[in-house]
Design a protein around this ligand. Structure first.
Ligand code: NAD
Ligand code: ZN
Length: 341
């Protein structure tokens, strides 16, 4: 089969011929139709310190996918050949304290496909049946291929009650933009998203009914006044990984405000903890997606009017993967989807 592989520990990815994976009794074989390129895949392409310290080579990359089941392990029940699906790319163990209490997303032994285990940028993917998420007929493959990052957005956005709340999102990358659409769908009152990249803010306006703020040019305090927010935003969703954005968020929240942190800062970054203490702010770190509550909620929202399709800005056949990665690296794209069919 064709596969996009990190074949050697240096910059780049290579299209190789790889054997079709053999599945175990509790696994399924999925024929991959569409995949999404993630920021993680860019780190792996660039072979930065994180990638070099985390990813063994050779490794088939990729973890955002949609496809259909073509083979079932002998002990698999409840799934069928031909079933369209996406799936959770975090592989968990079942014997930790967290897993045994049903919080699979907090299992300390989590391994990621395309990072620690052979991934989804391939014509066929092996996956534990447990991780399969069937796709309803009204969710197309290209949306199926971005459920992983939409799930990050949903997990973060639904961390706190948003009904009637004023929500500030920092970072209008694909995940921040989708979080804005989710916050709207969840009936937040004002939804404001910040970035310093005008292309990203323009895309945010296309995808979601949201007030965009270019913090390189505009003062968030003016925006608060314009919206009549005397005391500040109730909930912050940090989706930039940028220290300055987090500081602005802390400043812009009400006393007792809540922050869900998805963005990953590069290395250790300084935080004004006394400000957080005196404002009595609650902070929650968010990793991955809840298994499988996030998946149920996101599919339900998609079936009930949540539309994030415009966040997909580029589509390529898999032989043009270099163009897809270039689009991602340009900083001007939303989600980039590769077609494997
Ligand atoms: P992205 O890099 O495409 O988007 C980040 C955006 O933040 C960019 O548009 C950038 O211009 C913007 N930004 C930079 N400085 C800013 C500032 N001062 N104020 C406002 N915006 C600023 O990333 P993405 O794919 O949308 O992912 C969002 C974040 O979530 C990233 O940090 C990513 O590493 C992280 N992430 C975390 C998890 C998790 O499980 N915790 C999963 C996926 C992604
Ligand atoms: Zn991803």
């Amino acid at each position: 089969m064709k596969a996009l592989e990190k074949s050697k520990p240096e910059e780049g990815l290579w299209m190789v011929q790889a054997p079709v994976p053999e599945i175990g009794p509790d696994e399924v074989l999925i024929k991959v139709n569409k995949t999404g390129i993630c920021g993680t895949d860019i780190h792996i392409w660039n072979w930065d310190d994180w990638a070099a310290n985390t990813v063994p080579t050779p490794m088939i990359t990729g973890h955002e996918f949609a496809g259909e089941i073509v083979e079932l392990g002998k002990d698999v029940t409840g799934l069928r050949i031909g079933q369209r699906c996406s799936g959770e790319g975090h592989l968990v163990e079942y014997d930790s304290r967290q897993s045994r209490s049903g919080k699979f997303h907090l299992d300390p032994g989590t391994r990621g496909i395309g990072v620690n285990e052979q991934g989804a940028f391939a014509q066929y993917l092996r996956l534990p049946a447990f991780n399969v998420v069937p796709l309803p007929d009204d969710i197309p493959d290209e949306i199926g291929a971005i459920l992983d990052p939409l799930g990050n957005a949903v997990h973060t956005a639904l961390s706190f009650d948003l009904l009637g709340e004023d929500v500030l999102i920092t970072g209008a990358g694909p995940i921040g933009i989708m979080a804005a659409a989710v916050a709207r769908h969840a009936s937040a009152r004002n939804v404001v998203i910040t970035d310093i990249n005008p292309d990203r803010l323009a895309l945010a306006e296309k995808v979601a009914d949201v007030r965009t703020v270019n913090v390189a040019k505009e003062d968030l305090n003016d925006v608060k006044q314009e919206l009549g927010l005397k005391e500040g935003f109730d909930v912050g969703l940090e989706m930039s990984g940028n220290q300055v954005a987090l500081d602005q968020m802390v400043e812009s929240l009400v006393m007792g405000g809540k922050i869900a942190l998805l963005g990953i800062p590069p290395g250790k970054s300084p935080v004004d903890w006394s400000r957080i203490v005196f404002k009595a702010i609650t902070i929650k770190g968010v990793y991955g997606r809840e298994m499988f509550e996030t998946w149920y909620k996101m599919i339900a929202m998609l079936q009930n009017g949540l539309d994030v399709s415009k966040v997909i800005t580029h589509r390529y056949g898999v032989d043009e993967f270099k163009d897809g990665f270039a689009a991602m690296k340009s900083g001007q794209s939303g989600k980039v989807v590769l077609d494997w069919t």
